[in-house]
Write a protein that binds this ligand. Structure first.
Ligand code: ADE
Ligand code: ZN
Length: 342
């Protein structure tokens, strides 16, 4: 087996993937037609073309607006997990979704959640992949809107929802605006993470860790601009959920050989690999491993570090982590033998 094929076949967890960013272009077009929503182009291959994070977020909102019925949410959740399994041997995902992109259009949060849960359960039955959910604060919302979203999520008490995160454009809105929303989530037993240092300064990581109480950091590249914050994250073993492709498209790190992920690994930070918004960035979790590890000539030992750090960074309990570690170890040994045989 060639190394690239090995990389696609390695069993994986994924901790940074947005539900609304996993809609297949063909499904986006189909749902838009069904619900009478106008699209900027009739050419399905051009639906996901954009150059900046702001253009990206506009299309992200347009995709979200085509999700209306419980069945739409179920279909997208199922297809999203199916793509992860088929294209990258995905076994477990903690997946973001943006409640307020739906509730502000009058969709009930129960419709959003129960639809996604239908799709997740069907995918587990059919494909053996597991998925849990993380509700994301949308940074461009008002703090009171974010707080209310957390209240609604907590009130519904769906066991699949295990955490609170935060996304949207980082530069205009600093993380401390949402301290109340995060405190409320923590009081109600949700785990915490946040996008930070995607295009914002290292202080955003400090704020997310110290003020919001986050356990993980999503992206994190600009942390390297501060030796102090970098050292702190290394010493505390903070996990970073990094996304090679999405950041190359919207932040211009087009050459994976010099992507900051390389420097984060070299600095001793704990990095996991993820696809962010796979269909919207024309990628998948298999390609993220294949493209980055091939570009940086990483060896099997580094691939194992990505995979097992991914398991450690999940919010599964210890016994579930142990089962996943065992299953992944067996499968990796088998795959490594096939790699050696060629
Ligand atoms: N929403 C979906 N993906 C995102 C990203 N990578 N950064 C900020 N907001 C997002
Ligand atoms: Zn993201």
């Amino acid at each position: 087996m060639r190394f690239e094929e090995f990389l696609r076949k390695v069993p994986k967890v994924e901790l940074h993937c947005h539900f609304e960013g996993t809609v297949r272009a063909s499904t986006f077009a189909d749902l838009a037609k069904r619900h009478g929503i106008a699209l900027p182009t009739g050419d399905v291959s051009k639906l996901y073309d954009y150059a900046t994070i702001y253009e990206f977020l506009d299309i992200f909102a347009l995709v979200s607006s085509t999700l209306v019925d419980r069945e739409d949410f179920a279909r997208v959740a199922y297809e999203s997990l199916e793509d992860g399994v088929t294209l990258g041997n995905l076994r477990y995902r903690e997946m973001f979704f943006n409640p307020t992109l739906h509730t502000r259009r009058g969709i009930r949060i129960a419709t959003v959640l129960d639809g996604m849960i239908d799709g997740i359960r069907q995918a587990e039955t059919d494909l053996g992949v597991q998925c849990r959910l993380i509700a994301d604060v949308y940074r461009q919302d008002e703090p009171a809107t974010a707080r209310q979203m957390v209240e609604e999520v907590v009130e519904l008490r769906r066991p699949e929802v295990i955490g609170l995160g935060m996304d949207g454009a980082e530069s205009p809105d600093s993380p401390e605006r949402f301290v109340e929303a995060f405190a409320l989530a923590a009081r109600n037993g949700l785990r915490l993470t946040s996008h930070a240092c995607e295009d914002g300064p290292p202080e955003n990581v400090t704020t997310c860790l110290d003020l919001l109480g986050c356990e993980r950091i999503d992206h994190g590249y600009h942390v390297l601009e501060s030796p102090e914050v970098t050292a702190r994250c290394r010493d505390e073993g903070i996990y970073f959920t990094c996304c090679p492709t999405s950041t190359s498209v919207v932040y211009g790190w087009t050459d994976l050989r010099t992507h900051p992920i390389r420097d984060m690994v070299d600095a001793g930070l704990r990095v996991t690999l993820n696809s962010d918004d796979p269909t919207m960035f024309r990628t998948d979790i298999g390609s993220e491993y294949a493209d980055l590890c091939m570009a940086l000539h990483y060896d099997v030992a580094q691939v194992r570090r990505f995979v097992f750090d991914g398991i450690e960074a999940t919010w599964l309990d210890d016994s579930d982590k142990t089962s996943l570690r065992r299953a992944f170890s067996d499968e990796l040994e088998h795959l490594e033998r096939q790699l050696e045989a060629t």
